[in-house]
Design a protein around this ligand. Sequence first.
Ligand code: ARG
Length: 467
Amino acid sequence: MSHKAQEPGAGIHGGRLGPGGGSRAKAFTASIPFDHRLYREDLAGSRAHARMLGRVGLLTGTEVERIVQGLDAIEREFEAGTFQARLEDEDIHLNVERRLVELIGPVGGKLHMARSRNDQVALDMHLFARAAARTVAEAARGLQRALLDQAEAGRDLVLPGYTHLQHAQPVMWAQHLLAYCCMLQRDRERLGDAWRRAGRSPLGAAALAGTSLPVDSAWVATELGLEGPYANSMDAVSDRDFVLELLAAFSVLMVHVSRLAEELVLWSSREFGFIEPDDAYATGSSIMPQKKNPDVAELVRGKTGRVFGQLVALLTTLKALPLAYHSDMQEDKPALFDALDTVLGCLEALTGMVATMHPRPERMAAALEGDFSGVTDVADGLAQAGVPFRAAHAAVAHLVRTCLENGRQPQDLDPAELAAIHPLLTPALVARAEPSAVVATRRSPGGTAPERVAEQLDLVRGWVERP
Ligand code: ARG
């Protein structure tokens, strides 16, 4: 990419440094190798700042126009991949400013009036964070849609529900998938909160103390689609909470996505076999011809740690940092960029895997056969007939033990055998353990009964339809 940095030199803002000042360390201190990614936000911020300077009379109308046109030209260079960034100009802000002066002459040097890179970079990060929150929320919605489509297509399927990774009670396949849609909805809400709190504008804080020039910070905030300026200029340049919140929201999202990924790995195994991943989302082995590996899900699970790592890295960077701006804070960018790319990559790949996977109803049914996962309902039936639940629980445990010892199923026992275990135990009661019967009775709110699942499908459909 051509907006990559070149060799070090004096740079645009040498200031009190002599020729070559700082040049030996540029490769280490410069952020342009990664912050070129902020060019859109930086240019948008500069355009709004220039217009604000015009409104308050610090720039003439012609000056504003020339500056804005210069910034537009720079944006075109970035879009075309022809912008020549230089390492000696350190970061995106100084590279843009240098290019602006090259393009429109000394008037370009007026743009940085009443501004510091400290409020400028903070502003860029606010704008970037807001866009990132939106993009990830939309990608999460895409995964919800893929899960919803699978839930609707398989709305009659029943499979074992697990606790302690042991068969617990039968559940609807649709309900299982919709549980993830609920988690993802909370993620979307959290991303919305992060978006809202990234809505303050640091412009006008300048280096840290504010500026002596008559700026209109409220106007420039509105111009950029933000709610308003910070109440305190020192806080404005020091705050990176909004990046932390976004990374925290990404991390919780990755917790959810990793849990789903793990289930897909298990479900793809011969032992479970509840799904067959599409060939497009699986890989083979270089030595074992029979292998079909659920790589996408494994990598989503694996990359989760990387997102947590970026959150912890930035928490650690900011911890105990005195006010106000410090170069440490430059590290917010690699953290956010990497986490964002990782989350988006995971969501996209997992959405594809979910959308194309093939459920295997015969394996779900086979897994329920003889697993005793419906017997809670037999105990419930005894309890309804007046047996204390503890006694009912013991009677049904006895029934299960008897069956296991003799390799039989509860429905194979005749009335006399059942009555010997408990006088109120009948074949009709035992029939309640049948998976579809069990599922049908779970009618409590949010339960797995088909009519409750239909409600959940409606709810999730509403979420998926709204951006
Ligand atoms: N490149 C810096 C960053 O990313 C912005 C410049 C901050 N100001 C300064 N005086 N170094 O945080």
